[in-house]
Design a protein. Structure first.
Length: 141
């Protein structure tokens, strides 16, 4: 490979690293991931009969400039055989905010509470089941 080809390939690589994430996170792949990588009420994928017991229910209580976000997944905690592993919060740009891990031997139900300070906008909540994958719901803070 000569120097000019090397430079062209380098420029193509840099360009694709800038454009590709915007395409993926801009909605094209995000819509395709629902029902596959994660599940929602509208796109439950192969788990269409599991929505009521796996979709996280979100309650938002405004507190000044922030909020208290309460999450409950109506799922049984059957020891380590079948349980909700954790709840995870992502901000409006899908960046990690916080999480709560569950111990099915100690936690009677998968319920969590998160305090958000100086935050407004969409909050994405993930509920992860050890058998039925990851479920996402969204609320406005």
């Amino acid at each position: 490979m000569d120097r000019r080809q090397f430079i062209r390939l380098g420029l193509v690589g840099v360009g694709s690293s800038i454009v590709a994430p915007k395409i993926v996170l801009g909605g094209v792949a995000k819509q395709q991931m629902a029902g596959g990588v994660y599940h929602t009420a509208d796109a439950p994928g192969r788990w269409d009969k599991k929505v009521s017991s796996h979709l996280p229910n979100i309650e938002v209580q405004k507190e000044g400039d922030g909020a208290i976000v309460k999450v409950l997944t109506r799922h049984t905690m059957e020891k380590y055989e079948h349980y909700i592993v954790k709840h995870m919060l992502l901000d409006k740009d899908f960046r990690f905010v916080d999480e709560k891990m569950f111990d099915p031997l100690k936690d009677k139900e998968p319920a969590s509470e998160f305090v958000l300070e100086n935050y407004s906008g969409a909050i994405h909540v993930l509920s992860v089941c050890n058998i039925h994958d990851t479920w996402m719901n969204v609320a406005e803070v």
